[in-house]
Design a protein around this ligand. Structure first.
Ligand SMILES: [Zn+2]
Length: 346
């Protein structure tokens, strides 16, 4: 048995960290009437703390009394078994989160399985107007996929990964603290997988994790609209505005929004102070037929700026008839200007 079964994983931690906290969240939602400031409301925080030998030394588990969504979504109830009655006797998010932050301490490296928990946590904190005291966590699911299959995008769910590695752990599934514990149990296998990687692969992983961190620190914005077609939404500044992820100021466009495929718009914004940022936008149709805008903006590396600019260049080279209804903001606006302001009378 090695002294520290997580040694290879430590190399990817923030800095010299002695403690590791694995956490997992459960959240609730109302698909029919979401509050766009907090579409997913955290109802449980579970975590376990590991020492430098990778052993669980402490656990955190608490349900949270919701403020927005009192009814537990049917699917979430089925998966977690959490009932409305249990939640109603819980403490509020600010109270539970304060204890969770104390549990984590100041210098712990946070780990999650998957990349969803941290953005949800940040949005819940923003709703209560609290800044996140944490740096983005390390995504163990991504590292696992990279170490085992050489592919960071190969995502295996937690229980499949336990099976894949032959990790035995007798805990009931899908409550936050148990999922945290399952993730913790997988870390030695994740770390062992990293040991076999050559230097080139390690550098590749470092670069992927660095990008993930920027993405995790994205500004997320959702906004209901009264538009039912994309062309109308793309004409509206309130929908298409890009805000700098660091200072929140409106950015200018280096590349204006264009549909990069799979219904996802991309853009590059420029902040005078903070440089370039990558915007991703999705216009999702609600049950009322209107589009809701969902946007993510994160600081972009030079390579990413180049890649998006190149994709836009190729997009423009494609004749409109062959674009499969993919739109770009600049053309939509140009056309609408022509329609609104017909050429002057001779
Ligand atoms: Zn800025």
């Amino acid at each position: 048995m090695k002294e520290n079964p997580l040694e290879a994983l430590y190399a990817f931690f923030e800095e010299e960290t002695k403690e590791t906290v694995v956490f997992d969240l459960e959240w609730n939602q109302n698909g029919y009437a979401p509050n766009l400031r907090m579409p997913h409301e955290i109802i449980e925080i579970g975590a376990c703390r590991l020492n430098d030998r990778g052993e669980v030394t402490d656990r955190f588990s608490e349900l949270i009394r919701p403020r927005l969504y009192r009814r537990v979504d049917k699917h979430i109830r089925q998966v977690t078994g959490i009932t409305e009655q249990e939640l109603s006797s819980g403490r509020t998010f600010p109270e539970v989160f304060a204890d969770f932050a104390r549990f984590c301490g100041e210098s712990a490296q946070l780990i999650t399985w998957g990349r969803d928990d941290y953005p949800v946590l940040r949005r819940n904190l923003e709703y209560y107007m609290q800044p996140s005291p944490f740096s983005p966590p390390l995504d163990a699911q991504l590292v696992f996929g990279f170490a085992h299959f050489g592919d960071a995008h190969r995502q295996m769910n937690l229980h499949a990964a336990l099976e894949e590695t032959g990790t035995q752990l007798e805990v009931p599934a899908h409550r936050a603290v148990y999922d945290a514990e399952c993730t913790a149990a997988l870390l030695p296998a994740v770390s062992a997988g990293l040991e076999g990687l050559g230097e080139e692969k390690r550098n590749e992983l470092s670069a992927i994790l660095e990008r993930e961190k920027r993405i995790a620190d994205s500004v997320l914005r959702s906004r209901p609209t009264h538009y039912s077609v994309h062309t109308d939404a793309l004409r509206d500044d309130a929908v298409t505005n890009l805000l700098c992820p660091l200072c929140g100021r409106k950015m200018s466009f280096a590349v204006a929004w264009f549909d990069a495929g799979r219904d996802r718009y991309e853009a590059i914004g420029r902040c005078e102070q903070h440089g370039q940022a990558h915007g991703q936008m999705h216009l999702k149709r609600g049950t009322n037929g209107y589009l809701t805008m969902h946007q993510r903006v994160f600081l972009a590396s030079d390579d990413e700026v180049k890649a998006v600019s190149e994709a836009y260049r190729l997009f423009l080279l494609t004749p409109p008839a062959k674009r499969h209804h993919r739109l770009c903001m600049e053309e939509v606006r140009r056309v609408s200007e022509r329609q609104n302001f017909p050429s002057k009378k001779g």
